[in-house]
Design a binder for this molecule. Sequence first.
Ligand code: GLN
Length: 244
Amino acid sequence: MCRHLGYLGPVTSVGDILTRGEHSLVVQSWAPTDMRCDAVANADGFGAAWWDDPTTASVHVSAMPAWGDPVIGGALASVRSGAVLAAVRSATSGMPVTPTASAPFVDGRWAFSHNGVVRGWPESLAPLAADVPVVDLLRQPAATDSAGLWSVIRHRLRDDEPGAVLRSVVADLDRTGPHSRLNFLLGDGDSLWATTVHHSLSVLADDDGVLVSSEPLDADPRWQPVPDRSLVVATRDGVTVTDL
Ligand code: GLN
C-alpha cells in the first residue's frame, strides 16, 4: 500500500523533506518496511503538494516511481515551503496507473492522500457519493477508490470541519465497505489531519516542526507509533491523537 508523509515547520526545501532521513519517503518507494499487505514496493507514482500561498496548494504528480523522478532532486529541491504533503503509490490491483491517480489530490488550500483500499469499490463508495454534485464526480481526477474518496471528502469539507469529515467517512465505510484500509492524510498548509484504519502511521513533533509519516524516517527514538483507529490533528504547536 502506498506511503504518505506530512510536514509542518520552518520553511525548507520540499525536495529535502522528501529525501529526509535514512528511511525517507523516497526510500520507502522501493524499500518500505511496514506494508501490511502483499505489495512490496510503491512504484506506481509519486506526488507532493506544498503551500507558498495560504489559499492554494501547489502540486506535482507523476506515474513514475519516486526513486526515478528527476523532479525531486531538480525543481522540488529549490521549491521552499513550511508545509508539505506527499505520497508514493502502489496501485491497488485493477486500478489505473496514471499521473492523475497519484496523490495528493488538491483543491484550493486542501491536499489529500489515501493509503489503503476501499473494499467493494465502487459499489461501497456509491452511497457516500450520492450527495456529491454530478459535475464534481465527473471532474474526479482518476477512476480509483482514492480519487472517489477525495470527491466525497472535498464535498463534505464545504459544510464541516476536517476532523469530523474524516470521522464520518470512516464511519460510513465501516458500514458499506467493511475491512477497508483507510489511512487518510489531509492538509491545508496550517494543519494536518490523519486517520489510521488498518495501516501504519507515526508522528514526530519537536522544535523543528511536525512530521506525520506512514513509517518513521529515521531511528530517532521520539517517533511515536499511532494506534489503529485514531484521528491525528497536527499543527505547528503539536499533535493530538484521539480515538476515531
Ligand atoms: N487504492 C489506492 C490506489 O490504488 C491507494 C493505494 C495504496 O494505498 N496502495 O491508488
